[in-house]
Design a protein around this ligand. Structure first.
Ligand code: HEC
Ligand code: HEC
Length: 476
């Protein structure tokens, strides 16, 4: 591989593929022996089966600073990033936590757990409404000012909680998983902790040093913000958190109907994921893979072999496996009309792209975008606003054009009008453990995700196709 990259020094620094193998190879061997899921501390039940995390040592180091609080509110990274929930948090578990502690668990802190930092939290009932968005959708309030250089101004705030202003917009977002980080091409929904400036599509890549720096900065800010620490802990502590999270690999390992996801020549589960080849720009949709390879829409090939009844069987289990294999094919090749996606249609100059899920989720077997390319698929559009989210009216200073959105996304970082509503496509592994989906948790289930795409991109899927696609997404 080094010869392949010899003429491409920038890419040489980005040998995340080899690195993943080196860092994580040991875990693969370990997880292969860890059997069965029950009683395995690295595996947790979820709605469709079992999710599993692997680490090089075969255990989770609960002494790591990830599990220690540095601030005044008692929170740790583990308050919002839980192993059993795919290293995010689910409303289901949060409601249990609320019931167990009468809403006093540290995650229930006014600063960003509540609908407004000024919300009344003096009684259990008051806390139940103050933390409604956390309890219903697992949303954390990210407070951010309109950037001083913005090409737009804030002309209207409809905040049901009476707090947001240009000084601090309330943006309600899901905790992204703190696992599978080695394959990140952008850190945070709006990529704001990504160390290199945005220059999509090619120069946006972060090499491993950049990734470490990005994650270190991210951890520092999480401790100062979410944990309300007066000052950040030492670099050594920050580095230990980054080392810890960088070695986590998580995927669904067992499906209630289909069984082990790495049996019968399938390639599911975290042990195989840990060996996944990857570099910035791999399988780039726009033809910018540094190896020069053309884009292959078959980005997912975990369950190819389950298409064959000879391998997967003809019983109930075999039929469930065949459904997952069909869902994978749909993900790769089902045609959709990709229109009106800022960051994609405008950048390519094509008003209509006849693409598929893998046009955007192109990193092989991982499912994020292989370069940092936040796009606007419309999740924050006014048309999709629910009454429990604030709605902001923005006016373009140059053209006077107006837009309403629940979250300006990348535009809050760059100040650019054209970046309004842009978010990154997250890594699509371990999905079943961490509902709800999208940055604002607007899709309660993977079925809702599929329905969103069906209407948004005029796919017209049959009920069977929807079931198959959900079966596949649940097996990731
Ligand atoms: C109060 C809840 C909360 C706490 C505590 C918290 N996080 Fe997060 N984390 C979030 C949310 C919400 C996001 C997404 C925010 C966004 O993108 O705007 C996030 C994003 C991340 C990401 C980005 C992943 C990606 O795909 O880009 C990482 C990594 C992360 N957190 C690690 C940590 C670490 C390490 C700590 C402890 C030092 C921590 N978090 C503490 C809520 C939390
Ligand atoms: C035009 C680009 C694009 C296409 C095509 C696309 N996605 Fe996405 N996907 C995204 C972006 C961007 C997000 C994050 C959006 C947000 O939350 O605002 C996302 C989010 C998701 C999520 C939620 C992940 C999470 O952690 O919340 C799932 C699941 C998903 N996509 C599956 C699919 C499937 C299945 C298809 C095909 C039917 C598809 N996507 C097609 C860009 C795309």
């Amino acid at each position: 591989m080094s010869t392949l990259y010899a003429t491409r020094p920038a890419a040489t620094r980005r040998l995340a593929a080899t690195l993943a193998a080196l860092l994580l190879g040991a875990s693969a061997a370990h997880a292969q022996q860890a059997n069965p899921a029950r009683g395995n501390p690295l595996a947790s039940p979820d709605d469709s089966g079992w999710v599993q995390t692997t680490t090089p040592t075969g255990r989770i180091d609960h002494n790591n600073a990830f599990f220690q609080g540095f601030g005044s509110n008692g929170r740790t990274c583990d308050s919002c990033h839980r192993q059993a929930q795919g290293w995010s948090v689910t409303p289901q578990e949060l409601r249990q936590r609320f019931a167990r502690t009468s809403g006093m668990d540290p995650i229930f802190a006014p600063v960003d757990g509540a609908v407004s930092p000024l919300a009344d939290v003096s009684s259990v009932e008051a806390r139940r409404s103050a933390y409604a968005l956390l309890l219903n959708r697992g949303l954390i309030r990210i407070g951010m000012p309109i950037p001083p250089n913005a090409q737009f101004r804030l002309d209207g705030v409809d905040d049901p909680y009476g707090y947001a202003s240009a000084h601090e917009l309330s943006l309600f977002r899901r905790p992204l998983p703190s696992t599978n980080l080695i394959w990140l091409t952008a850190v945070m929904w709006d990529a704001r902790e990504t160390f290199t400036p945005f220059n999509p599509p090619m120069d946006a890549g972060i090499d491993l040093q950049d990734l470490r720096s990005s994650l270190a900065q991210q951890a520092r800010n999480a401790i100062l913000g979410h944990e309300q620490a007066a000052r950040a802990p030492s670099d050594a502590i920050i580095d230990s958190i980054v080392e810890f999270e960088l070695h986590l690999v998580t995927a669904q390992m067992d499906d209630k109907a289909a069984g082990r996801l790495n049996e019968a020549d399938a390639l599911g589960g975290p042990a195989i994921l840990a060996l996944q080849r990857f570099w910035i720009g791999i399988n780039d949709t726009l033809g910018n893979d540094p190896t020069g390879d053309a884009f292959d829409e078959n980005a997912m090939h975990l369950f190819d072999n389950w298409d064959d009844p000879g391998r997967s069987g003809r019983d109930r289990r075999g039929r469930a496996r065949a459904a997952i294999a069909r869902g994978e094919k749909l993900f790769n090749a089902m045609r959709m009309n990709i229109t009106g996606v800022a960051g994609l249609n405008d950048v390519t100059g094509k008003a209509l792209i006849r693409g598929s899920c893998s046009s955007c989720h192109n990193a092989p077997n991982i499912g994020n975008h292989s370069v940092a390319l936040p796009v606007n698929i419309g999740i924050a559009d006014a048309s999709r606003r629910t009454p429990d989210l604030p709605l902001y009216t923005l006016t373009n200073l140059a053209t006077g054009k107006r837009v309403q959105t629940t979250d300006p996304g990348l535009a809050m970082i760059t100040g650019k009008w054209s970046d309004i509503g842009k978010f990154k496509g997250p890594i699509l592994r371990g999905l079943a453990a961490r509902a709800p989906y999208f940055h604002n948790g607007s899709a309660a289930t993977l079925g809702d995700v599929v329905n969103f795409y069906d209407t948004r991109f005029q796919i017209h899927m049959s009920a069977q196709q929807k079931r198959d696609l959900v079966a596949f997404l649940s097996a990731l």
